[in-house]
Design a protein around this ligand. Structure first.
Ligand code: MN
Length: 205
């Protein structure tokens, strides 16, 4: 049974960067709907015992087109949002920069943190239509950026890359507050991204 990540903060706790109404619809409606649909499809496909990562990495073994596409979209929506909401924290609590091995990897790949943030924001802002911007690590721990459409992620695309951070650029993630100004949202979101979560993901390789 797939479950939404439990929020460690109140729906209003990310204000003013992410407003309460956006949280209530995004987590309470959109993510809840992806989660329910993914559970139903995983059950139908006989894959309910597997992890979301396993299911998305193994989509090619699902022969039925509608079922495979459904798992890709709903499973991606489920997993991507778990990663997204987990990495957010109130501005006063979020670790504003990485330490240790992740800090070293950021320096190696981007020179400094500000460059990484500027480039990932631009990567996310530049995704045409709905999708996500990602900071990912390869099996050697080398960091890079990518953008994906819809609810695709490194698993469903068959990339041997692990998510470290991600920015949702579906309009439902920002439109109530930022309207058409996606570039403002992807710049402001750094205030509530908790690098401690990114460090845990990076260390888990
Ligand atoms: Mn979303």
């Amino acid at each position: 049974m797939f479950e939404q990540v439990k929020l460690s903060y109140e729906m209003s706790a990310l204000e003013p960067v992410i407003d309460q109404a956006t949280m209530e619809t995004h987590y309470g409606k959109h993510h809840a709907a992806y989660t329910k649909a993914f559970n139903d499809l995983a059950e139908k496909a006989g894959l309910a015992g597997k992890s979301a990562e396993e299911i998305l990495s193994g989509l090619s073994s699902v022969e039925d087109d509608a079922l495979r596409n459904g798992l890709r979209n709903q499973g991606g929506g489920y997993l991507n949002h778990n990663l997204y909401f987990e990495q957010l924290a109130p501005e006063s609590e979020a670790a504003k920069e990485p330490t240790g091995a992740l800090a070293d990897a950021v320096k190696e790949a981007f020179g400094d943190l500000e460059t990484l943030q500027t480039k990932l924001s631009a990567c996310a802002a530049g995704q045409f239509g709905s999708g996500w911007g990602w900071l990912v690590a390869d099996k050697d721990g080398k960091l890079s950026l990518m953008a994906t459409a819809n609810q695709d992620n490194p698993y469903s695309l068959g990339c041997d890359l692990r998510p470290i951070l991600l920015i949702d650029v579906w309009e439902h993630a920002y439109y109530l507050k930022y309207r058409n100004l996606r570039a403002d949202y992807v710049k402001e979101i750094w205030r509530v991204i908790d690098w401690k979560v990114a460090e845990r993901r990076y260390a888990a390789q």
